[in-house]
Design a protein around this ligand. Sequence first.
Ligand SMILES: [Fe+2]
Length: 269
Amino acid sequence: MGSGHNFSYLATMFSRLFGRRKKEDSQYDNLPVPETANWGVLGADMHSHFLPGIDDGSKSLEESIVLLRTMADMGYSTIITTPHVMIDYYPNTTKTITDALHTVQAAIKEQNINIQLRAAAEYYIDDYFTQLLENEPLLTIHKNEVLVEFSMMFEPPMLATTLFNMQTAGYKPIIAHPERYVFFHRDLSKYQELKDRGCLLQMNMLSIAGYYGQNIKMVAEQLLSKGMYDYCGSDAHHEKHLAVLNAMGRSRDYHKITGYPFLNSRLSV
Ligand SMILES: [Fe+2]
């Protein structure tokens, strides 16, 4: 793509986004800002890293308990937590995940924390994932739906093939935080392609808060306004993420998220 084309594309995208945002903001201006964060209307959170010591999320059982108590305080009734499965960094298996899950489930019961905790995984698409797919059942979010992520730096060459192979094996891919893959930003039709391939799209709530930067926020708002998302998730790893989620719950961003028909509520028990 030449630089002239790039510039006109960006100019068009920004004018569309700013035009749309102005309209959206005025739509939310009339709604009250909540005094306390209550995400209970979503019911379930389906993307987080709350199991201790097995990925880059919670580091200890104590931290897991604090994080889950905070989620319960913010109104969530169900958490499907999703440790990374990434061979080079977090070589988790169904066993490492379910063992950690059982430990945390026992602790929340003992401490009377009113939340249902389940576990699935966030699978990183690479050659190892291809092997996993061929050799063992995957952990699912709901029915046959499997949460996947991939490199944020470049589009993996095997992406389309892997998504196709997942579907052939009977799974429905949920693409984690599509707004964070910056190589898609230059061509927003890539998102429609993923939808057309039968993938579900999961928005990170923190993207709307601008936590990952303005470009990611703008793309998330655009996908949201076009109705392209299916699920939303906190993707919370630690208390700082939950503090942002809490602040969002006391801002007009609350309405942007709760006003959208996310499928999360079908996950709550
Ligand atoms: Fe994640």
